[in-house]
Design a protein around this ligand. Structure first.
Ligand code: GN1
Ligand code: MG
Length: 366
């Protein structure tokens, strides 16, 4: 705790640090909420970046600064008339740096806390779904004129499904865990086997020039959308570590795979996992209410595949990590990543079984 207070104090807090608590449930970084004895800014967020995952954390900070500056400039010139919109601010250290490296070599950074706002792990109803879609659409809208080459590639291979497959093939042959859950593991092995060739769908479309790189959020799951506590309106997206050039399809797919699974990605009730098409419709309506102008015909063509693929891909990432001995995602027990993988595979199955309904929703919105 003392150590944490020392680190928090590096970021010139506007008052005395009176409390530091673990915050949120991220799978990669360590996040803390710092409470201050202050009238003006009562809280800020302190994070230790996992440098096993983000090998060049300084580039993560660089992307964050470029993106947040771009959004702030846009909003200054074209303010949103009907709602509040927030983007976290990077807080600087006493020597005006955007990070603090501690004695152990850990990489720390601080960002502002968005007041009078909250996030949710699952979507409650269609109105909530519309707002989640609106948040991602507005996020994309505000950066649609930011050239993607201004952003660094901070996480090579992120959301490139064929790279995850190659990695999977490697760990699958050199499994280091003793596999006790034989039935579940066999289900996952077969599940991946059956979808191996299709998994190239978005990357092939990119190679053919049908889909183009743009700046993306990278991790727009439901609990990264902030809601105003009074109005219930979405007012911003947090967790900007994975901002980088990519396909907006990764974002739309990730938002829908997380939002339309009403049991949430940590559920233990695998058999009950469904992809809710009503919520899908409301999320897409919210998204398109602010994103229609920059979607091309090809973008629409690949939306269904994106939804199916990102659910499959996350399942594949969890499963590979399980086979490898849980080296990437934080886990609470040995089979945690296996359980998470099955949830995503069941969700993928549900998406596949509703393909015509999902395609019809997309078609009717064009
Ligand atoms: C990770 O750490 P968190 O929860 O923000 C992961 C995402 C996954 C997500 C699944 C850098 O995000 O890609 O979708 O877990 N982030 C990284 O919950 O791999
Ligand atoms: Mg994240």
């Amino acid at each position: 705790m003392n150590n944490l207070i020392d680190i928090a104090n590096q970021f010139k807090p506007q008052g005395k640090v009176i409390d530091i608590q673990e915050f949120g449930n991220g799978n990669i970084n360590n996040t803390f909420l710092v409470t201050l004895d202050s009238q003006s800014e009562k809280y800020f967020i302190l994070q230790r970046i996992n440098t096993q995952v983000f090998r060049q954390p300084e580039l993560v900070m660089q992307n964050m600064s470029i993106l947040t500056k771009h959004v702030r400039d846009r909003l200054q010139h074209f303010p949103l008339s009907k709602r509040r919109w927030e983007i976290p601010r990077v807080l600087l250290t006493r020597d005006a740096r955007d990070c603090w490296i501690d004695v152990d070599g850990s990489f720390w950074r601080a960002i502002s806390f968005i007041e009078a706002a909250q996030s949710f792990d699952t979507i409650a109803d269609s109105k909530h779904g519309y707002e989640v879609g609106y948040a991602l659409g507005m996020f994309h809208n505000l950066i649609s004129d930011l050239p993607p080459e201004k952003l660094a590639d901070t996480l090579k291979g992120f959301h490139i499904t064929p790279s995850y497959l190659r990695h999977y093939e490697k760990v699958e042959t050199q499994r280091i865990v003793s596999v006790s859950q034989a039935k579940e593991v066999e289900y996952c092995l077969q599940f991946v086997r059956d979808r191996q060739t299709w998994a190239h769908v978005l990357e092939n479309a990119k190679t053919r020039g049908q889909l183009h790189l743009r700046p993306i959020h990278g991790d727009p799951k439901v609990n990264n959308v902030m809601f105003d506590t009074a109005t219930g309106q979405a007012i911003g997206m947090i967790d900007l570590d994975t901002v980088k050039p990519g396909l907006i399809h990764y974002d739309i797919g990730d938002c829908l795979r997380s939002g339309c699974n009403l049991l949430g990605e940590e559920t233990e009730q695998w058999e009950m996992v469904r992809f809710d098409t009503d919520i899908c419709q409301s999320v897409l309506q919210g998204y398109l209410s602010v994103a229609k102008d920059f979607l091309t015909d090809s973008d629409y063509e690949y939306l269904y595949d994106a939804i199916r693929l990102i659910a499959f891909e996350l399942g594949l990432r969890f499963f590979s990590d399980y086979l490898e001995g849980n080296v990437y995602f934080k886990t609470k027990y040995a089979e945690h990543n296996l359980a998470r993988a099955i949830v995503q595979f069941k969700l993928t199955e549900s998406i596949e079984s509703q393909e015509s309904a999902i395609r019809a929703i997309i078609r009717d919105m064009r």
